[in-house]
Design a protein around this ligand. Structure first.
Ligand code: MSP
Length: 533
């Protein structure tokens, strides 16, 4: 898939709606950072963008947590949802909508959607028997369980036996339609490993699933039978639709889908793939709605090989991490160091080393040295250089000319690590070039034109790198751009046309004569906490 901004008029992306059983952990931050990077990239590319995140607040798991804390469920949810918003601000996440499933507006959308599915004859009453994991809010096949009936994901939690009358959704009816969808649109589930998992799951034959619960009143009542409560996942997935609607309009399904539906990308972790790639498109087909563009299931952040999670209690506190190291550092580490789609382990020593090597040394020092030299040798202004005379084989120009397209492709494919590495190659080549070309010697020898040419190409490389990496580290890119004399920042609410991808991803965009700011380090070296050093 080649990136072509003219493909579509709008771009909408979602994170999962996170359970409010606890404050966010680093796993939730991971998905949200990635979604923010994609949204920022598409904004630069000129799309109207809607980035959606939010919280999933109904169901047994949340009810139990609230009870354990001695709070009424809504008060508990309000407190935790506020914690999510706080973390997103600290992490510099520029979301457009925060969808909460307890919002009364959401109930209107759920009711309408349910009615459509009901009218299709896709909901019926039946007997549900099986093992239920409250932490997953999902029935489990007996063969997938660990000894003592423990959940394979929440290994410290025994599943619970359920035997009750529920309403079922006729998933089996959509077996063929889903198979067609996967065959016709190979990009619908990505990466390929996830796609294959889904294909083999669907091939085993789809079974109807229950969409209501009895003896649970923390959720919306089933519209046709208020004695039952809608299953949390049925209501949660629809939170994406509710989020699309302008908050000032009265809620309605028709209005909600008017502008942004179908959503382009649902970004999720691999544990909730089945809900998004099988149940969700079937529900949408039943309601007569188009299916989303893509479901991308990334890997897990692990600690000692085990999924980090609230339920297992082995998570890393993202608030502390951001406070200690800053938002850009956290964003950069997870996206550059872990191939998106695969699992990745967190290690604090490695974290500090990577940031010091890439951002403090390679990028930060390069800027600092060059700005200082421009102050000394060129009166603090971007020198005037004729790029046509640099020669085809100029090491930085050759890299710089193709980088914009390469990085756009990587962002479009959600290959964040590849995008970062391609950008870093230009930065490293610039350091090497600067050392070899030695403008301090050229200057001493009175070779002013050569000195200026070297300094321009290095400054321009730093600019280009800062621009292309801005979706990942918007704070640092803003500082670099400002030091290069631009009066702009990468805040999505204010960038507008002034930082368009078309203009700024091109080699040679740095205007000569622009007055640089004073040289000051943009990224302080990080220190390991003494306990780890
Ligand atoms: N509430 C549901 C989603 C409903 S979407 C309509 C849910 N919430 S969750 O809070 O438990 O998980 C949200 C996301 O965080 C999932 O995509 C999950 O994969 C991700 N992660 C949870 N732990 C994770 C890691 N340790 N590593 C990476 N992501 C992980 O599921």
């Amino acid at each position: 898939m080649t990136f072509n901004p003219a493909d579509r008029a709008t771009f909408a992306i979602t994170t999962p709606l996170y359970y409010v059983n606890d404050l966010p952990h680093i796993g939730s931050a991971y998905t949200t950072i990635a979604a923010d990077v994609v949204a920022r990239f598409y904004r630069l590319a000129g799309y109207p963008v809607l980035m959606i995140t939010g919280t999933d607040e109904h169901g047994q798991k949340i009810l139990r947590t609230a009870q354990e804390r001695g709070l009424v469920p809504q008060a508990h949810c309000d407190e935790i949802a506020a914690g999510f918003e706080r973390l997103w601000h600290q992490l510099n996440i520029a979301y457009d909508r925060f969808s909460r499933t307890t919002d009364p507006r959401h109930q209107v959308i759920v009711k309408e959607f349910f009615q459509r599915v009901w009218d299709q004859g896709d909901i019926y009453k039946g007997q549900q028997q099986g093992w239920y994991c409250v932490s997953c809010e999902e029935f489990k096949e007996e063969r997938d369980l660990l000894p003592e009936h423990r959940c394979p994901i929440h290994t410290n939690k025994p599943v619970e036996w359920r035997d009750e009358q529920n309403y079922f959704f006729r998933l089996s009816k959509y077996q063929t339609a889903l198979e067609h969808l996967y065959a016709e649109r190979p990009q619908f589930i990505q990466p390929d490993t996830r796609r294959n998992e889904v294909l083999s799951f669907v091939k085993r034959g789809l079974q109807d699933f229950s969409i209501s619960r009895v003896n649970l009143d923390w959720g919306f009542p089933v519209p046709t039978d208020p004695d039952q409560t809608l299953y949390v996942w049925f209501d949660a997935l629809l939170g994406y639709v509710t989020a699309l609607q302008d908050p000032d309009e009265p809620p309605s399904l028709e209005r909600a889908i008017a502008r942004w539906w179908p959503i382009n990308i649902h970004l999720i972790g691999k544990d909730i793939l089945r809900f998004h790639a099988v149940y969700w498109p079937a529900m949408l087909m039943s309601a007569g709605l188009p299916v989303p563009g893509q479901v991308f299931g990334h890997g897990f952040l692990t600690k000692d090989g085990q999924k980090m999670g609230k339920s297992l209690g082995n998570t890393l506190d993202p608030f502390a991490l951001v406070e200690t190291y800053g938002a850009d550092a956290v964003r950069y580490y997870f996206l550059k160091e872990i191939e998106f789609g695969k699992d990745g382990d967190f290690n604090e020593t490695r974290f500090v080393n990577v940031l010091n090597a890439d951002l403090a040394n390679d990028l930060g020092n390069l800027l600092n040295r060059t700005v200082n030299m421009v102050a000394r040798y060129c009166g603090g202004k971007v020198p005037l250089v004729d790029l046509n005379h640099l020669g085809e084989d100029h090491p930085l120009q050759a890299l710089g000319q193709s980088l914009g397209a390469e990085v756009a492709e990587a962002y479009t494919q959600l290959s964040f690590s590849q995008a970062c590495q391609a950008i870093l190659r230009l930065v490293q080549a610039s350091n090497k070039y600067l050392d070899e070309a030695a403008p301090w010697t050229l200057f001493k020898q009175g070779k002013q034109t050569e000195t200026e040419s070297v300094l321009y190409t290095v400054l321009e490389s730093v600019r280009l790198a800062a621009y292309l990496i801005s979706p990942v580290i918007p704070g640092l890119s803003t500082d670099i751009y400002q030091q290069l004399g631009y009066a702009v920042d990468f805040n999505p609410k204010t960038i507008g046309e002034s930082l368009s991808y078309k203009d700024h991803s091109a080699w040679g965009a740095l205007p000569s004569g622009q007055i640089l700011g004073a040289a000051k380090p943009v990224f302080q070296r990080l220190e390991l906490p003494t306990t780890l050093a």
